[in-house]
Ligand binder design. Sequence first.
Ligand code: DGJ
Length: 548
Amino acid sequence: MKKHSFLVAALAALLALQPARAAEAPRLVERDGRHALMVDGAPFLMLGAQVHNSSNYPAALKKVWPAVKAMQANTVEVPVAWEQVEPVEGKFDFSFVDILVAEARQNQVRLVLLWFATWKNTSPQYVPAWVKFNNQRFPRMVGPDGKTSYCLSPLGDETLKADKRAFVALMTHLKKIDQDRHTVIMVQVENEVGTWGLVRDFGAKAQAAFEQDVPTAVLARKKAPVPGAASGNWRAVYGDYADEYFHAWAMARYIGEIAKAGRAAYDLPLFVNNALRDQVAPIKPWNSDFAAGGPNYDVIDIYKAAAPDIDIVAPDIYNPDARQFAATLNNFQRRDNALFVPEISNAAPYARYLYGILGRGAIGVAPFGVEDSDYSNYPLGAKLTDARMLAPFAPIYAAFGNVQRQWARWALEGRTHGAVEGEDHGDQSIAMKGWKANISFGQWQFGEKEWPSNAKEAPPQAGQLLGGVAIAQIADDEFVIIGQHARVRIEPTALQGKLGSMIASAEEGRFDATGRWVMERRWNGDQVDWGLNLTARPVILKVKMGRY
Ligand code: DGJ
């Protein structure tokens, strides 16, 4: 490289790392029902990685950074536990947070902190011992039979006060150490809240609240699945759904208070995550089939009403079924709720879902448990714990990483789409403005599936769950395509008085640090005769179509 071009490249790289408006705080924006997480003043695509639950200690971080690098993630999600920051009541220790933020900066990644406190997967396992073992002051829920549940009550005033104080201390500390850099871009409040085995608290205080009128903010947003009274107490309005909805409200109100106080200390985007109930089956009242009171898709409105300082109700995806996956994105992406997937299984078949999620215009995604801590959460996640576990994900992040800022902007403009191979391996199509993309899976790169010569032997990827495609329509007749194990054909939906259409140019390449497209080669001849055949190696294609 010549000295001059080396200097230009170095300057461009530096500019990419040193945003123009470094002081601008992260925030969420919505435009026509599309969203972006603004980081350093521009849309940011979070290519995340979540660490294992017990990696919130400096020694454990040593395993994290190499994994994050291998995966090419730009953001790491790490728990901060109440028990670790306030082991003694009123005495805070944020030394782990300091180390985490410093090391994230050294590794040039952003952070999302996960506040593991009153509820972590519904349990109080991360609260300090002085909370855990003082049921008088920090009450657990009580069943209708008077039996005490494992789960802390959302009606516990002292619990709320103590959790809130600790969260405010965390946010205050973050402001002090990070407001000029914004290494931390979002914070999750609690983790997969709800209660297993009990629909709500039946303790005296909860019972009294249950008999009160449904708050007007909830009434205004949440309609009863089976119409009841227009107002009145929970049972009158919501009938058989009243217990679950009341519990959702109680938890949301609790979380909402913590969020509000936290934001007042330091205003960062906040979210909650959800252990999903069935996304496809018709909604029925709670029947021990999901964690009651959690931010399930059918109670997003209750969370919005009771916790307005929570920006996003986000799904954690651990169900491999493609229909469940598609329904999850539909259920959680709403005008008032940006799509964000803070956890997805790290098992190989989930890798293709990244195309569906990012194609759909999510602000980000994070496979769970990326570092080799000699622990596997199989059967939810991969059996492998070492770097081989990252292999299906890293090349996808590499491709999106190249186009991350542009992609996030296109998502905000509603230009992006995704498709993932289903269990039926069937064809799919994506409707776009003036064009549609037909996508098929399990093909050789040459010829049609039906050809006797091709039908004799299927290609190695056929019948596996590997295919995924994300497409951004960047201009009327121009597309950026990222994908793997799929064939893409683009055809016009309207010929506009012309006879036919064909590819004007199909370029494989990349975007440079300044966002300029760098063509590496053109695909033509065999490489386009049978559609654009994407293989195991995700590539970025810029395709121009034309009508003749
Ligand atoms: C979802 C939770 O949110 C995570 O913290 C973790 O427990 C996984 N489930 C399972 O590994």
